[in-house]
Design a protein. Structure first.
Length: 313
């Protein structure tokens, strides 16, 4: 199967516009990573300083959304767009963006570039995230409940550990060999999370690691990741048109704060020009609209509008 169709940026932007969009920054990506961790700390502090059910739910939503934010910034690092120095790009992407939630930059980069090469084609490794849609509203509600109650987290993060031991036992592998493999798979996650737990414990807040880090990772983070996946590629109208193989979803302040951090909603622009850093996507979007290209692009006014389409079966 041939690769998905592409367009030349020179067909869209002038030389001056493209130069401005592609001018690297040594601080913007690092500032976004610092901002992400700052918001996570602020969300946790909100509940620690004002403990009540409302602030706890809000803290879980804020932190879970910023855990997605870390994934978004690791995604930029996978494209080499987080920092112009490749070594800095990969160190920050690996340890400060991917490892905290057990995402591996190298593994992710290898398959994600295949997604871009074959987007919405049979060889697309992410096709399973969009192909089932539209689904019924009841089906989506069941999925959302599984996300919020930790069932998705268990299925994706915990169950594979037991499966690895069961497979090792069935194949006669020594238990210590299987354990070594599991630990190696989770190594970066264990190191970073050990630092987080130790830091919180030193402040007398050991419980916050479980209540304000793991629980958001096991509840709100899977839900907003699901919503993001749906918005990006589900129910598209023309998989052979590069302007319509990915969707841009307009997001207000609340959606950006709790569902779609760090310009992840500009997904059509990202697929058209995949090496632009995330902070350049809004400008690319404005330029494209000014050139009358908005009518060609796959766009929706909100995440709620996308979910209505995706749950219309």
């Amino acid at each position: 199967m041939p690769a998905a169709p592409r367009i030349d940026p020179k067909e869209v932007f002038s030389a001056a516009e493209w130069e401005r969009l592609t001018t690297p920054s040594r601080w913007r990506g690092l500032a976004l990573v610092a901002h992400c961790w700052g918001v996570i700390l602020a969300g946790g502090a909100l509940f620690v300083l004002f403990p009540n059910p409302f602030t706890y739910i809000l803290a879980v939503m804020i932190i879970g959304a910023r855990q997605l934010g870390l994934a978004v910034l690791m995604h930029d690092a996978a494209h080499g767009a987080l920092h112009p120095d490749p070594e800095v790009n990969d160190v920050i992407g690996r340890w400060f963006c991917g490892a905290p939630t057990n995402a591996d930059l190298v593994r992710y980069r290898n398959y994600h570039l295949q997604h871009h090469k074959f987007v919405q084609q049979p060889e697309d490794p992410d096709l399973g995230l969009s192909a089932p849609f539209p689904i019924s509203r009841a089906s989506f509600q069941r999925k959302a409940v599984r996300d919020l109650t930790g069932q998705t987290f268990y299925k994706q993060r915990i169950a594979p550990i037991f499966a690895a031991y069961a497979d090792g036992k069935a194949k006669g592998r020594p238990r210590q060999v299987v354990t070594k493999g599991v630990v190696a798979f989770f190594r970066d996650f264990l190191i970073v999370n050990g630092v987080i737990l130790a830091g919180l414990s030193a402040m007398g807040l050991w419980w916050a690691y479980f209540a304000l880090w793991l629980l958001p990772m096991a509840s709100w983070y899977p839900l907003v990741t699901r919503v993001r996946n749906i918005a990006e590629h589900a129910c598209l109208t023309d998989n052979d048109d590069p302007f319509r193989t990915a969707r841009t979803t307009h997001a207000g302040f609340i959606e950006r704060a709790l569902v779609a951090p760090y310009y992840v909603n500009y997904h059509c622009e990202h697929h058209l020009f995949m090496y632009l850093p995330c902070w350049r996507l809004p400008e690319a979007h404005r330029l494209m609209l000014a050139k009358g290209l908005g009518v060609k692009m796959e766009r929706k006014p909100s995440y709620l509008a996308v979910l209505r389409i995706a749950t219309s079966a």
